[in-house]
Design a protein around this ligand. Structure first.
Ligand code: AMP
Length: 290
């Protein structure tokens, strides 16, 4: 497994693979790898001849009061997981490599970046889109894997790739959860035991809402139910929203009639804090009763 820190070394390697017409899969991460990342790596491994993992804690996507300094960094343990997942190359650039002095070009995805987390983390998705754009250019993968855990990010990357006519297939994979339902996240390791216990309210509220949505079609009471459940457990709620699963616009009702491709799916998305740790989660609201 190659461990690469420079763009030149990575592009040299990628060029060699390309001369042999090898298909390249790519998984971007910020490290502190867990089973959610492994699921992406394993699916990516099975889909291509070569697999690149990037580990880069991207300062541009953190706000000035956010947890950049305390974001977990576990590079040695990450290398072990990468090896187990048969990664061909880890790309772990420095901040100066990705953002050299004088760097000023940014990628602005537009309305998709404005709601949900975008409303509470100004500039966050501009940072995400900019770094993914840079990494895609360096890597030139055929296929890239993202988790539904970061649902807005996944939709935004899909939009960016479509808008820029990029020949990269974006694959989104379901959220990997602990046995008790909590979505795996690098930030979970910051939770104190009592916070970890309270965090369970999030998957419970999502599943309760998913069940209610089979019979209740108006979103206001569904949202109110989730808000009430989370208000008891979390220290702060950033948002509870039911949105169109693709364009992320808020929905008043789950009954929107069939489209050419069937009933438009909806997504319940939530974000909130336990102490200083911000957690997000989401779930599909499927119209089973139609
Ligand atoms: P991160 O390192 O947190 O930036 O995440 C890197 C990638 O892993 C993103 O595409 C995330 O959506 C994905 N990911 C993070 N947590 C999970 C999870 N629990 N299940 C599936 N994918 C995940």
């Amino acid at each position: 497994m190659h461990i690469i820190h420079t763009i030149d070394a990575l592009t040299h390697l990628v060029r060699q693979w390309r001369t042999h017409h090898e298909r390249i899969a790519y998984v971007p991460t910020m490290g502190a790898l867990h089973a959610g990342h492994s699921a992406l790596l394993q699916a990516a491994r099975a889909s291509a001849d070569r697999l690149i993992l990037s580990i880069f804690v991207n300062p541009m996507q953190f706000g000035p009061t956010e947890d950049l300094a305390t974001y977990p960094r576990t590079f040695d343990a990450d290398c072990v997981i990468a090896q187990q997942c048969e990664v061909d190359a880890i790309f772990a650039p420095t901040v100066e490599t990705i953002y050299p002095e004088g760097d000023q070009t940014v990628v602005d995805v537009g309305p998709l970046a404005e709601g949900l987390c975008g409303a509470h983390r100004p500039g966050h998705f501009r940072g995400v889109a900019t770094v993914v754009c840079k990494l895609f250019h360096i890597m030139a993968p055929d296929v890239a894997y993202f988790g539904e855990k970061d649902y807005q990010q996944l939709q935004l990357i899909r939009r960016m790739v479509r808008d820029l006519h990029w020949p990269i297939t974006i694959v989104g994979l379901p959220t990997v959860r602990e046995a008790d339902g909590l979505a795996l996240s690098s930030r979970n390791r910051h939770l104190a035991p009592s916070e970890r216990a309270r965090a369970l309210a999030i998957p419970r509220a999502l599943h309760a809402c998913q069940a209610r949505a089979r019979t209740l079609r108006e979103t206001a009471p569904l949202i109110a139910g989730v808000q009430a459940a989370l208000a008891q457990a979390l220290d702060r709620i950033d948002y509870v929203a039911i949105v169109d699963a693709e364009d992320l616009t808020p929905l008043a009702s789950l009954d929107r009639g069939p489209t050419a491709t069937g009933v438009r799916p909806a997504r319940l998305c939530v974000a909130g804090y336990l102490g200083t740790t911000r957690l997000i989660d989401n779930i599909a609201l499927v119209p089973h009763d139609r």
